[in-house]
Write a protein that binds this ligand. Structure first.
Ligand code: GDP
Length: 140
């Protein structure tokens, strides 16, 4: 089933100059990058993005991290894109992530784990709308 998902290269990935590496893995996996831009979130914007985690012990820390530098945000399209991209990313905790995944290869701790990907069609809709206008996300 053709699907869209929201991907982010987090501030640690951008800071470590692995934008190209991550994008290459995405393209080689057969996912189409249909929208892409670099943004810098404020603390308030990062809190809005991770609102589902409000109240969790890591909420303050992860929103500080996500607003600490620029991120690359993108919309990816492909067959079962949500699961396909999460498979490419690997588990949240890089120590548990499968060999060859982005997080296993590049993450440095459970928080600084290089990439984000939506985890359901509902969050994908919310997250794509959070960063992209209807014009930017329009079908080609
Ligand atoms: P994801 O969907 O795999 O990104 O994982 P979650 O939605 O559970 O968590 C969102 C993000 O919060 C993760 O990607 C990490 O950057 C961060 N995070 C998750 N769990 C922890 C934790 O236990 N400690 C800290 N410091 N950060 C965490």
């Amino acid at each position: 089933m053709m699907e869209r998902t929201l991907g982010i290269i987090k501030p640690d990935g951008v800071g470590r100059d692995i934008i190209g590496t991550v994008l290459e893995r995405i393209e080689k996996a057969g996912l189409k990058i249909v929208a892409l831009k670099m943004i810098r979130m404020s603390k308030v914007q990062a809190k809005g993005f991770y609102k589902v985690h409000e109240g969790r012990p890591f909420y303050e820390s992860v929103t500080d991290f996500m607003s600490s530098g620029p991120c690359v945000v993108m919309i990816l399209e492909g067959d079962d894109a949500i699961a396909a991209y999460r498979g490419l990313m690997g588990a949240t905790n890089y120590e548990e992530a499968a060999e060859g995944t982005i997080r296993r290869d590049f993450a440095t701790d459970i928080e600084k784990n290089v990439v984000h990907g939506s985890d359901s069609p509902e969050t994908a809709r919310f997250e794509m709308d959070y960063f992209f206008s209807a014009l930017e996300a329009a079908p080609a």
